[in-house]
Design a protein around this ligand. Sequence first.
Ligand code: HEC
Ligand code: HEC
Length: 385
Amino acid sequence: MKRNILFIFTLALILVALENCKHEPKTTIVKTTTTEADSAYIGTKYVIGSNALTFEFPGITNPYKDSLTVEGIQLGRMLFYDKHLSVNGQMACASCHILSHSFADTIPIATNVFGPNKRKAPRLVNLAWEPYMFWDGRQPTIAAQAQDASHNELGMVATNAVAYLQADTVYAKLFKKAFGKAGATVNVNQIYLGIQEFLMTAISINSRFDSVMRGQATFTQDETAAFYAIFIQTTGECFHCHSFGGNYLMANYLPGQTFRNDGLQAATTINDYADAGRGAITGVPSDYGLFKNPSLRNVAVSGPYMHDGRYKTLDQVINFYSDSLKYSPNMDQFIALHIPRDSSGNYLPVGGLHLTTTAKAQLLTLLNDMTDTSYLNNPAFKDPF
Ligand code: HEC
Ligand code: HEC
């Protein structure tokens, strides 16, 4: 009897154990599924930063700098090249922003889905450090700019774009990874944030100029003359606007110094500027005819030049600074230094730095030194489709 009880008890134990065994794989499966579902919302953190960056560039101004993910960057890259976002399915950001030209356009004024633009599509480089977007700085962040361009260049219809992206399994997965639970259903703002993530990684820091600044290479005599005797001297005045103390972005974005008039447009009164630039945004009289100092990185591959693409070559740009700086009411103080006055003290209409042929050639060499071929050929920036 006792034996029987023991037997039944043991059997019961075994049955319970077996039962548990049966359940165990189930439990495990349930667990795995939960983990997978959660992991679908967790992207891989991506950190922008290297010693070279800390040395050459000041802190990133973009507020999203700490929330980048590998998936968000991939998402942005796809969106940047995807023509489906446009109203006619024929235009993408990349139609006007071409990688081999440092994401600049190759023509003065491109036509968007609504008609001709007003200005030249500029280089996109080191945007994470730029406090203003557009030649007139009318947008504050890359995301705000991407929103502006999605509508005003691509004619994107938000509901159509969202429906297309949500229905695409690759996109849907990337949105989840990039934006966590908030990315489960795509919303239109995430399109702009994704593009912003991609463009924040478009960093150029490997030009010959950088190598020299990092002490890994040395300037030739001509380059030394160009940088130390022209670019950062009153001979050229370039550094006031295209660089500033200890900063190698090759642009001046300091508060109050970002928008300047470099003597490009002749004007007698502020209403004569063909393009009012910053003035049209702020309405402040002293802002008329001012434009954002463009970074000179990759400048050699991204002509035509100036906000209206008026100069085809860098030679022409250098000749402009040398021989045809124009008087206008809002010309920069450093431009004014190079515009002569008549005997009554009135400015003449045209002036210039009056560079020698040698100086011009040296300056051109320095501008060529800003070209970063590793940027222009970076596989991570190429068309993913
Ligand atoms: C039809 C041509 C065209 C298309 C398409 C286009 N852009 Fe642009 N982009 C321009 C032009 C022109 C400017 C300068 C306009 C101005 O300053 O007024 C510009 C300026 C910019 C800037 C400012 C850069 C700076 O340093 O100030 C960014 C960033 C930019 N575009 C990103 C985008 C993105 C993202 C898209 C896609 C959503 C896009 N662009 C689509 C023509 C285009
Ligand atoms: C007072 C400020 C200022 C000075 C000084 C200055 N620049 Fe500029 N530069 C600008 C601004 C602003 C623009 C854009 C103007 C526009 O498009 O209306 C510009 C445009 C350029 C461009 C064309 C960039 C492009 O993407 O189209 C080049 C190249 C350039 N400058 C080189 C130089 C060189 C070299 C010097 C020195 C010889 C110099 N600049 C001096 C402010 C300045």
